[in-house]
Design a protein around this ligand. Structure first.
Ligand code: SAH
Ligand code: SF4
Length: 451
């Protein structure tokens, strides 16, 4: 999400004649886009700010600004604590950045952190400045109001709002025409994406728009996520479509049916479980039970037998017992995830947990539980990958392998990385690759025929 936001910031500033400077010693401004999701994300930024002091001493006039969730969370407090910061800008205020940079004078400090109920930056075409030219993110909505008890996002990114689907499809089409072959649609809870035409004018426009008259999406003034996926998938069969993140409570059969209908919608679902314990899920305000979650996993397997499933999990949330932790391990054994992002609980100010619960699981216990989850997931991922040996996958080639110039890497529809001999192939092409061996993180294969 932050990468996508930085591309919007680059676009807004390039319109005002600012350009990206790759040599940090030559830069007039350094903008740091920040995350507030866990304390260690914020500590990394504090460290980066300390490191930049040396550069500021030799480079008079260099100004540093903090963008993103940490700016939103701490606001002016951040400038007081970090005296080398000149401006801070929250996630909904990036349109003010060009003017702020134009006007900022030496010694002055500026802050813009107002959250918006409507800002989606839908008219901004992001500048993809750090890209492989093949895969890109498209932000389809902003904010979140699920208020999971541990999570700071609703406080730093504001209310949920969905972007106009026409601008999303146009962006996907424009990327495809530039040679991109994969887009990932981004939102904190993509399943609750819903765009409504508000005014009569907007309605008339949307009725004319040909996107709304294709065979799947009837003329409509309200677009939900399954329909949006179909529209983006119809840009071209050669454009792969992915999405993140789905909240399990809202994962609909309709979405799974759309995923089954289009070959170019990738068969990979990220479905963050957070915990396997019913009591923990309730306390986390996730609004599903382990049974509901497993029912959704069954539905995925039924509609999409080849789909990979990945997750997020938190070890050591408030009051978590050994029994709760065992329930999480059990969930991992039942689902057999292909990949997991695994975190130690970090108490965040303002959240429900900070107000009403105690961070009472000792750090060494959190660490041990996290390590147990990581070890189990490592075994499962390896076993899952071993089952892929002998199968042939269509791979979108993304680049040259980091290990060897003679090898390329890409991903299959299931989002698994596959490495293989280069031959005559180029990044951006599709190739059919047969898997010959694997590790827990990577498949290794050989090209069987080229398209
Ligand atoms: N909107 C996404 C998650 C975005 S945050 C969703 O609901 O799935 C990404 C992940 O960070 C979360 O899924 C969660 O596992 C983790 N996370 C969020 N807050 C956390 C906290 N306070 N401590 C540890 N991990 C946290
Ligand atoms: Fe945070 Fe929950 Fe919203 Fe995800 S759904 S961003 S975890 S509040």
């Amino acid at each position: 999400m932050n990468l996508a936001d930085s591309e919007i910031v680059a676009s807004l500033l390039s319109k005002d004649n600012y350009a990206i400077e790759k040599d940090i010693n030559q830069a007039d401004f350094i903008l740091i886009n920040t995350c507030a999701i866990r304390d260690n994300a914020e500590q990394r930024i504090r460290k980066r700010l300390r490191e930049l002091r040396a550069l500021q001493r030799t480079h008079q006039g260099l100004k540093i600004g903090i963008l993103g969730c940490m700016a939103e969370r701490l606001q002016k407090q951040l400038m007081e604590e970090e005296d080398n910061v000149s401006f801070i800008v929250g996630p909904d205020a990036y349109r003010n950045l060009p003017q702020m940079l134009d006007n900022i004078k030496d010694g002055e400090k500026l802050a813009e952190t107002l959250l918006s109920e409507t800002e989606t930056y839908d008219d901004i075409e992001p500048v993809r400045y750090d890209t492989n030219g093949i895969t890109a993110y498209i932000s389809i909505m902003r904010g979140c109001q699920n208020y999971c008890a541990y999570c700071v996002v609703p406080y730093t990114r504001g209310r949920e709002r969905s972007r106009d689907p026409r601008t999303i499809v146009d962006e996907a089409r424009s990327l495809f025409e530039k040679g991109y072959r994969e887009v990932t649609l981004l939102g904190q809870n993509v399943n609750s994406y819903r765009w409504e035409a508000e005014s009569g004018k907007r309605k008339a426009e949307s009725e004319e728009h040909d996107l709304f008259t294709n065979h799947y999406s009837q003329i409509t003034n309200s677009v939900g996520f399954p329909q949006l996926m179909a529209m983006v998938a119809e840009v071209s069969p050669l454009l792969r479509v992915r999405f993140a993140t789905s909240h399990p409570k809202d994962l609909s059969d309709e979405l799974l049916q759309v995923m089954a209908r289009y070959d170019n919608i990738c068969k990979c679902i990220h479905l963050p479980v957070q915990s396997g314990s019913e009591r923990m899920l309730k306390l986390m305000n996730r609004r599903y039970t382990p049974e509901w979650y497993l029912g959704r996993i069954d539905a995925i397997r039924r509609y999409l037998p080849t789909c990979s499933i990945t997750t997020d999990v938190i070890a050591g949330f408030c009051t978590e017992t050994e029994e709760d932790h065992q329930a999480t391990l059990e969930m991992f054994r039942k689902v057999r995830y292909d990949y997991a992002y695994m975190f130690k609980f970090s108490m965040r100010p303002n959240t429900y947990a900070a107000k009403y619960l105690q961070d009472d699981v000792p750090d060494d216990v959190k660490t041990r539980r996290l390590e147990e989850i990581i070890a189990l997931q490592g075994e499962i991922a390896l076993e899952n990958n071993q089952k892929e040996v002998g199968k042939t996958f269509e791979v979108l080639i993304e680049g040259v392998s980091h290990r060897s110039e003679g090898q390329l890497f890409g991903r299959n529809s299931q989002n698994k990385v596959i490495v293989f001999e280069r031959g005559n192939l180029q990044p951006g092409q599709y190739a059919n690759v047969k898997v010959t061996r694997c590790t827990s993180a990577t498949l290794i294969g050989e090209v069987v025929d080229n398209k």
